[in-house]
Design a binder for this molecule. Structure first.
Ligand SMILES: [Zn+2]
Length: 336
Protein backbone atom coordinates (compact mmCIF):
# COMPACT_ATOMS: atom_id res chain seq x y z
CA UNK A 1 0.00 0.00 0.00
CA UNK A 2 2.42 2.54 -1.14
CA UNK A 3 -0.11 5.16 -2.01
CA UNK A 4 -0.86 5.71 1.70
CA UNK A 5 2.54 7.06 2.23
CA UNK A 6 2.22 9.30 -0.87
CA UNK A 7 1.41 12.92 -0.26
CA UNK A 8 -1.20 14.71 -2.28
CA UNK A 9 -1.16 18.45 -2.75
CA UNK A 10 -4.40 20.36 -3.11
CA UNK A 11 -4.42 23.91 -4.51
CA UNK A 12 -7.20 26.43 -4.06
CA UNK A 13 -6.84 29.11 -6.74
CA UNK A 14 -8.97 32.22 -6.12
CA UNK A 15 -10.69 34.05 -9.05
CA UNK A 16 -9.08 37.39 -8.26
CA UNK A 17 -5.55 37.75 -9.60
CA UNK A 18 -4.12 39.54 -6.59
CA UNK A 19 -5.15 36.83 -4.05
CA UNK A 20 -2.71 34.15 -2.96
CA UNK A 21 -3.05 30.59 -4.00
CA UNK A 22 -3.70 28.32 -0.99
CA UNK A 23 -2.09 24.94 -1.13
CA UNK A 24 -2.19 22.11 1.33
CA UNK A 25 -0.78 18.66 1.48
CA UNK A 26 -2.58 15.56 2.68
CA UNK A 27 -1.17 12.11 3.11
CA UNK A 28 -2.95 9.19 1.42
CA UNK A 29 -4.02 7.85 4.83
CA UNK A 30 -5.57 11.13 5.89
CA UNK A 31 -7.37 11.38 2.57
CA UNK A 32 -8.80 7.89 3.03
CA UNK A 33 -9.87 8.63 6.61
CA UNK A 34 -11.57 11.84 5.47
CA UNK A 35 -13.38 10.01 2.68
CA UNK A 36 -14.53 7.26 5.07
CA UNK A 37 -15.72 9.89 7.53
CA UNK A 38 -17.68 11.67 4.77
CA UNK A 39 -19.29 8.39 3.66
CA UNK A 40 -20.23 7.52 7.28
CA UNK A 41 -21.71 10.98 7.74
CA UNK A 42 -23.73 10.67 4.52
CA UNK A 43 -25.01 7.22 5.47
CA UNK A 44 -25.94 8.40 8.98
CA UNK A 45 -27.78 11.43 7.53
CA UNK A 46 -29.66 9.26 5.02
CA UNK A 47 -30.63 6.76 7.75
CA UNK A 48 -31.83 9.60 9.97
CA UNK A 49 -33.89 10.98 7.11
CA UNK A 50 -35.51 7.56 6.55
CA UNK A 51 -36.14 7.12 10.29
CA UNK A 52 -37.64 10.59 10.55
CA UNK A 53 -39.86 9.94 7.54
CA UNK A 54 -41.06 6.70 9.13
CA UNK A 55 -41.73 8.42 12.44
CA UNK A 56 -43.65 11.17 10.69
CA UNK A 57 -45.77 8.55 8.95
CA UNK A 58 -46.38 6.76 12.23
CA UNK A 59 -47.40 9.96 13.98
CA UNK A 60 -49.76 10.80 11.11
CA UNK A 61 -51.31 7.34 11.28
CA UNK A 62 -51.71 7.56 15.06
CA UNK A 63 -53.29 10.99 14.73
CA UNK A 64 -55.72 9.61 12.17
CA UNK A 65 -56.52 6.65 14.39
CA UNK A 66 -57.10 8.93 17.34
CA UNK A 67 -59.41 11.14 15.29
CA UNK A 68 -61.38 8.16 14.02
CA UNK A 69 -61.73 6.55 17.45
CA UNK A 70 -62.72 9.91 18.93
CA UNK A 71 -65.41 10.07 16.26
CA UNK A 72 -66.49 6.53 17.12
CA UNK A 73 -66.66 7.34 20.83
CA UNK A 74 -68.65 10.47 20.10
CA UNK A 75 -71.07 8.37 18.06
CA UNK A 76 -71.31 5.74 20.83
CA UNK A 77 -72.00 8.46 23.38
CA UNK A 78 -74.65 10.09 21.21
CA UNK A 79 -76.20 6.65 20.56
CA UNK A 80 -76.20 6.04 24.32
CA UNK A 81 -77.88 9.35 24.95
CA UNK A 82 -80.52 8.53 22.39
CA UNK A 83 -80.90 5.05 23.88
CA UNK A 84 -81.33 6.51 27.37
CA UNK A 85 -83.92 8.91 25.95
CA UNK A 86 -85.77 5.98 24.36
CA UNK A 87 -85.63 4.03 27.64
CA UNK A 88 -87.02 7.01 29.52
CA UNK A 89 -89.87 7.22 27.02
CA UNK A 90 -90.43 3.50 27.48
CA UNK A 91 -90.54 3.85 31.27
CA UNK A 92 -93.13 6.60 30.89
CA UNK A 93 -95.09 4.35 28.51
CA UNK A 94 -94.90 1.42 30.94
CA UNK A 95 -96.07 3.63 33.78
CA UNK A 96 -99.05 4.69 31.64
CA UNK A 97 -99.74 1.04 30.84
CA UNK A 98 -99.61 0.06 34.51
CA UNK A 99 -102.22 2.71 35.29
CA UNK A 100 -104.43 1.52 32.44
CA UNK A 101 -104.14 -2.12 33.55
CA UNK A 102 -105.05 -1.06 37.09
CA UNK A 103 -108.13 0.68 35.70
CA UNK A 104 -109.10 -2.46 33.81
CA UNK A 105 -108.53 -4.60 36.91
CA UNK A 106 -110.87 -2.31 38.82
CA UNK A 107 -113.45 -2.75 36.03
CA UNK A 108 -113.09 -6.54 36.27
CA UNK A 109 -113.46 -6.29 40.04
CA UNK A 110 -116.68 -4.30 39.60
CA UNK A 111 -117.98 -6.83 37.07
CA UNK A 112 -117.19 -9.66 39.47
CA UNK A 113 -119.11 -7.90 42.25
CA UNK A 114 -122.09 -7.46 39.93
CA UNK A 115 -121.88 -11.11 38.94
CA UNK A 116 -121.84 -12.12 42.60
CA UNK A 117 -124.84 -9.92 43.25
CA UNK A 118 -126.73 -11.60 40.39
CA UNK A 119 -125.71 -15.06 41.57
CA UNK A 120 -126.63 -14.13 45.16
CA UNK A 121 -123.11 -14.67 46.52
CA UNK A 122 -122.12 -12.42 49.43
CA UNK A 123 -119.40 -9.97 48.42
CA UNK A 124 -116.36 -10.31 50.70
CA UNK A 125 -114.94 -7.06 49.36
CA UNK A 126 -111.18 -6.98 49.12
CA UNK A 127 -109.22 -4.04 50.44
CA UNK A 128 -106.78 -4.03 47.55
CA UNK A 129 -109.58 -3.95 45.00
CA UNK A 130 -111.15 -0.89 46.60
CA UNK A 131 -107.75 0.75 46.90
CA UNK A 132 -107.08 0.11 43.23
CA UNK A 133 -110.37 1.72 42.18
CA UNK A 134 -109.61 4.75 44.34
CA UNK A 135 -106.17 5.08 42.75
CA UNK A 136 -107.71 4.71 39.38
CA UNK A 137 -109.80 7.81 39.74
CA UNK A 138 -106.51 9.72 39.86
CA UNK A 139 -105.19 7.77 36.89
CA UNK A 140 -108.28 8.65 34.87
CA UNK A 141 -107.97 12.29 35.84
CA UNK A 142 -104.35 12.30 34.64
CA UNK A 143 -105.27 10.38 31.54
CA UNK A 144 -107.68 13.07 30.31
CA UNK A 145 -107.76 14.12 26.68
CA UNK A 146 -107.17 17.82 27.31
CA UNK A 147 -103.52 18.02 28.36
CA UNK A 148 -100.89 20.62 27.68
CA UNK A 149 -98.69 23.18 29.41
CA UNK A 150 -94.96 23.61 29.59
CA UNK A 151 -92.89 20.56 28.70
CA UNK A 152 -89.69 20.26 30.75
CA UNK A 153 -86.96 17.64 30.32
CA UNK A 154 -87.15 14.94 32.97
CA UNK A 155 -84.42 14.61 35.55
CA UNK A 156 -82.73 11.34 36.47
CA UNK A 157 -84.43 11.47 39.90
CA UNK A 158 -87.84 11.78 38.26
CA UNK A 159 -87.16 8.84 35.97
CA UNK A 160 -85.85 6.80 38.93
CA UNK A 161 -89.01 7.66 40.87
CA UNK A 162 -91.22 6.77 37.94
CA UNK A 163 -89.37 3.50 37.45
CA UNK A 164 -89.77 2.60 41.11
CA UNK A 165 -93.47 3.51 41.08
CA UNK A 166 -94.02 1.55 37.86
CA UNK A 167 -92.26 -1.49 39.31
CA UNK A 168 -94.52 -1.22 42.39
CA UNK A 169 -97.60 -0.79 40.18
CA UNK A 170 -96.79 -3.91 38.20
CA UNK A 171 -96.13 -5.91 41.35
CA UNK A 172 -99.47 -4.63 42.73
CA UNK A 173 -101.13 -5.78 39.53
CA UNK A 174 -99.53 -9.21 39.83
CA UNK A 175 -100.80 -9.37 43.43
CA UNK A 176 -104.29 -8.35 42.37
CA UNK A 177 -104.33 -11.01 39.66
CA UNK A 178 -103.12 -13.68 42.11
CA UNK A 179 -105.82 -12.65 44.54
CA UNK A 180 -108.53 -12.32 41.93
CA UNK A 181 -107.99 -15.67 40.20
CA UNK A 182 -109.21 -18.01 42.98
CA UNK A 183 -112.06 -15.59 43.76
CA UNK A 184 -113.15 -15.61 40.12
CA UNK A 185 -113.01 -19.42 40.14
CA UNK A 186 -115.28 -19.46 43.20
CA UNK A 187 -117.66 -17.00 41.56
CA UNK A 188 -117.68 -19.09 38.40
CA UNK A 189 -118.53 -22.24 40.40
CA UNK A 190 -121.26 -20.39 42.28
CA UNK A 191 -122.73 -19.05 39.04
CA UNK A 192 -122.60 -22.52 37.47
CA UNK A 193 -124.37 -23.96 40.55
CA UNK A 194 -126.99 -21.26 40.30
CA UNK A 195 -127.40 -21.98 36.58
CA UNK A 196 -127.84 -25.69 37.30
CA UNK A 197 -130.36 -24.94 40.04
CA UNK A 198 -132.19 -22.56 37.73
CA UNK A 199 -132.31 -25.16 34.98
CA UNK A 200 -134.13 -27.66 37.23
CA UNK A 201 -136.37 -25.02 38.79
CA UNK A 202 -139.70 -24.42 37.01
CA UNK A 203 -139.55 -20.77 35.98
CA UNK A 204 -141.34 -20.56 32.64
CA UNK A 205 -144.98 -20.50 31.64
CA UNK A 206 -145.94 -24.02 30.43
CA UNK A 207 -148.19 -22.54 27.69
CA UNK A 208 -148.12 -19.52 25.36
CA UNK A 209 -151.41 -18.19 26.73
CA UNK A 210 -151.23 -15.90 29.77
CA UNK A 211 -154.96 -16.19 30.58
CA UNK A 212 -155.40 -17.62 34.10
CA UNK A 213 -159.02 -18.76 34.45
CA UNK A 214 -158.72 -20.28 37.90
CA UNK A 215 -155.99 -19.65 40.50
CA UNK A 216 -154.54 -22.00 43.13
CA UNK A 217 -156.58 -22.24 46.32
CA UNK A 218 -160.14 -22.67 47.59
CA UNK A 219 -162.75 -22.14 44.87
CA UNK A 220 -166.30 -23.11 43.92
CA UNK A 221 -166.17 -26.39 42.01
CA UNK A 222 -167.47 -25.80 38.44
CA UNK A 223 -169.35 -29.14 38.49
CA UNK A 224 -170.67 -29.42 42.05
CA UNK A 225 -170.65 -25.68 42.88
CA UNK A 226 -169.32 -26.63 46.30
CA UNK A 227 -166.22 -25.15 47.91
CA UNK A 228 -163.21 -27.27 46.92
CA UNK A 229 -159.48 -26.89 47.07
CA UNK A 230 -157.99 -26.20 43.60
CA UNK A 231 -154.51 -27.74 43.78
CA UNK A 232 -153.23 -26.10 40.57
CA UNK A 233 -153.60 -23.21 38.17
CA UNK A 234 -155.83 -23.17 35.05
CA UNK A 235 -154.46 -21.51 31.93
CA UNK A 236 -156.99 -21.36 29.11
CA UNK A 237 -156.16 -21.55 25.41
CA UNK A 238 -157.01 -23.52 22.30
CA UNK A 239 -156.99 -27.24 21.62
CA UNK A 240 -153.56 -28.14 20.20
CA UNK A 241 -151.69 -25.22 21.82
CA UNK A 242 -148.10 -26.30 22.67
CA UNK A 243 -147.37 -27.29 26.29
CA UNK A 244 -143.76 -26.90 27.46
CA UNK A 245 -141.66 -28.50 30.20
CA UNK A 246 -141.26 -25.82 32.89
CA UNK A 247 -137.72 -27.00 33.76
CA UNK A 248 -135.10 -29.67 32.94
CA UNK A 249 -136.11 -33.05 34.27
CA UNK A 250 -137.37 -36.55 33.53
CA UNK A 251 -140.90 -37.66 32.66
CA UNK A 252 -142.04 -39.99 35.45
CA UNK A 253 -145.65 -40.58 34.43
CA UNK A 254 -147.92 -40.24 31.39
CA UNK A 255 -151.48 -41.54 31.22
CA UNK A 256 -155.21 -40.95 31.42
CA UNK A 257 -157.61 -40.82 34.34
CA UNK A 258 -161.16 -39.58 34.64
CA UNK A 259 -160.20 -36.60 36.71
CA UNK A 260 -157.00 -35.30 35.00
CA UNK A 261 -157.66 -36.67 31.51
CA UNK A 262 -154.39 -37.08 29.59
CA UNK A 263 -151.65 -35.98 31.96
CA UNK A 264 -147.84 -35.79 32.27
CA UNK A 265 -145.69 -35.68 35.42
CA UNK A 266 -142.08 -34.44 35.26
CA UNK A 267 -139.57 -34.76 38.11
CA UNK A 268 -136.99 -31.95 38.17
CA UNK A 269 -134.86 -32.81 41.21
CA UNK A 270 -134.50 -30.98 44.52
CA UNK A 271 -137.95 -32.43 45.38
CA UNK A 272 -139.69 -30.38 42.72
CA UNK A 273 -142.12 -31.84 40.14
CA UNK A 274 -144.65 -30.42 37.69
CA UNK A 275 -147.95 -31.95 36.54
CA UNK A 276 -149.79 -31.07 33.30
CA UNK A 277 -153.47 -32.15 32.86
CA UNK A 278 -156.47 -32.21 30.39
CA UNK A 279 -154.06 -32.63 27.43
CA UNK A 280 -155.33 -33.52 23.95
CA UNK A 281 -152.04 -35.18 22.96
CA UNK A 282 -149.01 -36.46 24.92
CA UNK A 283 -145.64 -36.20 23.08
CA UNK A 284 -143.33 -37.79 25.71
CA UNK A 285 -142.99 -41.15 27.45
CA UNK A 286 -142.00 -42.11 31.00
CA UNK A 287 -138.18 -41.93 31.13
CA UNK A 288 -137.92 -39.15 28.52
CA UNK A 289 -135.35 -36.56 29.58
CA UNK A 290 -136.61 -33.07 28.87
CA UNK A 291 -135.02 -29.62 28.81
CA UNK A 292 -136.72 -26.47 30.05
CA UNK A 293 -139.00 -25.25 27.22
CA UNK A 294 -139.20 -28.60 25.36
CA UNK A 295 -142.56 -29.35 23.72
CA UNK A 296 -144.13 -32.19 25.73
CA UNK A 297 -147.86 -32.16 24.88
CA UNK A 298 -150.80 -30.28 23.33
CA UNK A 299 -153.57 -28.48 25.18
CA UNK A 300 -156.95 -30.20 25.37
CA UNK A 301 -160.09 -30.64 27.41
CA UNK A 302 -159.89 -34.30 28.44
CA UNK A 303 -161.05 -35.57 31.85
CA UNK A 304 -163.01 -33.41 34.27
CA UNK A 305 -162.89 -30.22 32.19
CA UNK A 306 -165.38 -27.61 30.99
CA UNK A 307 -163.25 -26.33 28.06
CA UNK A 308 -159.74 -26.28 26.54
CA UNK A 309 -157.25 -25.36 29.27
CA UNK A 310 -154.10 -26.58 31.02
CA UNK A 311 -154.39 -27.54 34.67
CA UNK A 312 -150.82 -26.92 35.92
CA UNK A 313 -149.53 -28.15 39.27
CA UNK A 314 -146.17 -27.61 40.99
CA UNK A 315 -145.10 -30.13 43.65
CA UNK A 316 -142.51 -29.25 46.29
CA UNK A 317 -141.58 -32.08 48.66
CA UNK A 318 -144.58 -34.13 47.52
CA UNK A 319 -147.15 -31.39 48.13
CA UNK A 320 -148.85 -29.06 45.63
CA UNK A 321 -147.90 -25.38 46.02
CA UNK A 322 -149.14 -22.22 44.31
CA UNK A 323 -147.60 -22.32 40.79
CA UNK A 324 -147.99 -18.56 40.34
CA UNK A 325 -144.56 -17.59 41.85
CA UNK A 326 -142.96 -20.06 39.42
CA UNK A 327 -144.34 -18.29 36.36
CA UNK A 328 -141.45 -15.88 35.94
CA UNK A 329 -140.27 -16.15 32.35
CA UNK A 330 -141.48 -16.87 28.88
CA UNK A 331 -140.02 -19.74 26.91
CA UNK A 332 -138.49 -17.06 24.60
CA UNK A 333 -136.41 -15.74 27.53
CA UNK A 334 -134.40 -18.95 27.67
CA UNK A 335 -134.60 -19.77 23.93
CA UNK A 336 -134.25 -16.52 22.03
ZN1 LIG B 1 -157.61 -26.85 37.26
Amino acid sequence: MKWRRHKFTFMVIPDEANKQVVRFQLSGATLLSTLILLVVLAVTAAASMVMYGKRANEVGRLQQELASSTGQYEKIISDKDRHIGDLQTEVAGLSDQAKKIQNKMADIHKLESQLKKIAGIPNAGSASGTKASADNQDAYAMDGEGTGGEELPVTDEEIDGLLLQTTRDFSDIAGMIDEMKPRLEQTKDAVLNMQNRLRVTPTIWPADSRKITSPFGVRRDPFTHRARFHAGLDISGDIGDPIYAAADGMVTHTGYDGSHGNNVMILHGNGIATHYSHLSKILVKPGTKVRKGDLIAEMGSTGRSTGPHLHYEVYVGGKQVDPQPYLQNSREDIRP
